[in-house]
Design a protein around this ligand. Structure first.
Ligand SMILES: *Cc1c(COP(=O)(O)O)cnc(C)c1O
Length: 385
């Protein structure tokens, strides 16, 4: 890695191939991938339907620019808004860009500047989305941030109720904080945000970059609650590994995002749109999502039963197939041990082991992952103390 900026702490693992939930490294060792490229490969590695759709599009045209009609982009947008009350989609290439679009749209539409976000949130690494992110370690060293963001404590209903500032353009929130430790927003808290937005004439922006595209057993996690967002952002799982992002919004916002107001050269190009279309045709079906819910319940029950009994395991939380296991010490050592034992997992904050298996993971694979977790957590606890 001598020619790449050292912006990542990389694990000593080179994945050479992947199929479904299983990846193979350069020594031919196999692993169960319960990271899925950080909630990206929601249909596992190289899902045949998506591979075929991209291959078909590869043989037609790859990129034309948004100067021209792109019917497959329209198809993708229709599928994406289908299970929601949102009407339009702006396509971009990442989660940060989708949030960037949301911030610009909210400010232009409301003619107000201030955006409320939450502590321990994560919204991206561009200047605006970094400023939106309520974590000091993300801001460090970059000088003065954009001044119009205010961070409230997450799940603090009272703090939301007390906001009384007519300059608020939007409140932006994750229904489950992913990077912040797999922390679920309470119903009360989320309803307070919804009400406050109505009261102040502010837009409700839900960041579904990690929780969307079926991860919780709903198309989007906000659908677990009685919420009516104006804007929803998506990326990670949207293209099964093809880089693509999207911002969904209500019809009345279309006048604000009119011709020339925002754009992206690559956004929604035919290849990306083919990946999105094939991904959503599979995931946004009732039967598929029902399966995710049932496997999520099973996974949680098994983890509660087999891990919570171990000393040092404090909590198992999450929804559907985004799961956090909080332990009473730094978890990085466990992430290494799990990998050595054939299970890929990732941190969410220093003490939380996060599991993000593909949504089409099998029960057998879940059982195997649990037995590896059990073995590693048990053994390490006994032998390291
Ligand atoms: C990953 C993530 C982002 C940033 O997405 P990128 O594609 O890395 O720009 C934004 N919000 C949430 C909730 C995320 O999990």
């Amino acid at each position: 890695m001598m020619s790449v900026f050292p912006t990542y702490n990389r694990f000593p693992l080179t994945i050479q191939s992947g199929e479904g939930t299983v990846v193979t490294d350069d020594n031919n060792k196999q692993y169960l991938d319960f990271v899925s490229g950080i909630a990206v490969c929601n249909l596992g590695h190289r899902p045949p339907a998506v591979e075929q759709a991209i291959q078909e599009q590869l043989g037609k045209v790859w990129h034309v620019s948004n100067l021209y009609q792109i019917p497959i982009q329209e198809d993708a947008a229709e599928l994406l808004t289908g299970p929601t009350d949102l009407d339009y989609v702006f396509f971009c290439n990442s989660g940060a860009e989708s949030n960037e679009a949301a911030i610009k749209l909210a400010r232009k539409h409301t003619k107000k500047d201030k955006i409320i976000t939450f502590k321990q949130s994560f919204h991206g690494r561009t200047f605006a989305t970094m400023s939106a992110t309520g974590q000091e370690k993300v801001h460090e060293g970059f000088g003065e941030l954009l001044p119009t963001f205010e961070y409230l404590p997450y799940n603090d209903t009272e703090a939301v109720a007390q906001v009384n500032d007519q300059k608020v353009a939007a409140i932006m929130v994750e229904v489950i904080q992913g990077e912040g430790g797999v922390v679920k927003g309470t119903e009360q808290f989320l309803q307070a945000i919804q009400e406050k937005c109505k009261e102040l004439g502010a837009l409700l922006i839900i960041d579904e970059v990690q929780t969307g595209i079926g991860r919780t057993g709903q198309p989007f996690a906000y659908q677990l609650h009685n919420l009516d967002p104006d804007i929803v952002t998506s990326a990670k799982g949207l293209g099964s590994g093809f880089p693509v992002g999207a911002m969904l919004g209500k019809a009345e916002l279309a006048e604000t995002f009119n011709a020339g107001s925002h754009g992206s050269t690559f956004g929604g190009n035919p290849l990306a749109s083919a990946a999105v279309k094939a991904t959503l045709q599979t995931i946004f079906s009732d039967q598929f999502l029902q399966d995710v819910q049932e496997k999520g319940v099973y996974f949680h029950q098994q983890l509660q039963k087999k891990l919570l009994t171990l000393s040092g395991v404090k909590e198992v939380r999450g929804q559907g197939l985004i799961i956090g296991i909080e332990i009473d010490e730094d978890a990085i050592g466990f992430i290494h041990k799990l990998r050595e034992n054939g299970l890929l997992a990732v941190l969410a904050g220093p003490r939380v082991i996060r599991l993000l298996p593909p949504l089409n993971v099998t029960r057998e694979e879940i059982d195997e992952a649990i037995s590896i977790l059990q073995k590693v957590l048990e053994y390490e606890k006994v032998n390291l103390k």
